[in-house]
Design a protein around this ligand. Structure first.
Ligand SMILES: C[S@@+](CC[C@H](N)C(=O)[O-])C[C@H]1O[C@@H](n2cnc3c(N)ncnc32)[C@H](O)[C@@H]1O
Length: 180
């Protein structure tokens, strides 16, 4: 696996381990539902952590007046696919592609996050999300919840790629007060 980073983000350490989540793309038919759940507004900065072929950032950049979408992915082949997709859609000015490990890539400027990962990985990412994200940032996950957080909204029902969890920093991760 190549170890280079995009020249735009030279400070991000290159990924040296193995992917922790397999590649399963979000179905084309539910992309619009995901984007709606993200509640994207003018000026938003959307990160897809483990973006695969970049379908979510590209569609977001095409359809919403966001400032920027950032696609974070460790697999070279998928980075290549994402680059092609961005070029085909003509959204190079709005989509950044970062080859790197989502545990290490800074996400401080995000106002919306999408994650189609696994419950165990969401749990491992939770401290990073709590540390780096600002109050009011939306975090949307597909199929897998973030343990310890309370969704402000759950869309859909049971079955594969049918449940979308919407979290908001400051509300979903509020610590419960002790009873006394
Ligand atoms: C289930 S797929 C979701 C792809 C895309 N978000 C979508 O919804 O179509 C998870 C993605 O995370 C990537 N991934 C796994 N571990 C990663 C890591 N540590 N850092 C960055 N990406 C990772 C995988 O290569 C895969 O493309």
């Amino acid at each position: 696996m190549a170890r280079e980073n995009t020249s735009r983000y030279p400070w991000i350490p290159a990924f040296t381990g193995n992917p922790v989540v397999p590649y399963v793309p979000t179905r084309e038919e539910i992309i619009d539902v995901v984007l709606k759940a993200l509640d994207l507004r003018e000026g938003d900065v959307l990160y897809d952590l483990g973006c695969g072929d970049g379908r979510i950032p590209v569609e977001a950049a095409k359809k919403y007046p966001i400032k920027r979408a950032v696609c974070v992915e460790i697999r070279d082949d998928l980075i290549e696919k994402a680059r092609e997709r961005v070029k085909e859609a003509g959204v190079e000015d709005k989509v950044d592609i970062i080859k790197g490990d989502f545990f290490k890539v800074p996400i401080k400027d995000a106002t919306a996050i999408y994650m189609y990962l696994l419950t165990s990985v969401n749990e491992q990412l939770r401290p990073k999300l709590e540390r780096e994200l600002r109050i009011g940032t939306r975090v949307v996950t597909l199929d897998f919840q973030i343990p310890g957080w309370k969704p402000v909204r759950t869309i859909g029902g049971s079955g594969w790629q049918r449940t979308i969890y919407v979290y908001v920093i400051g509300e979903s991760n509020k610590k419960r007060r002790p009873f006394f």
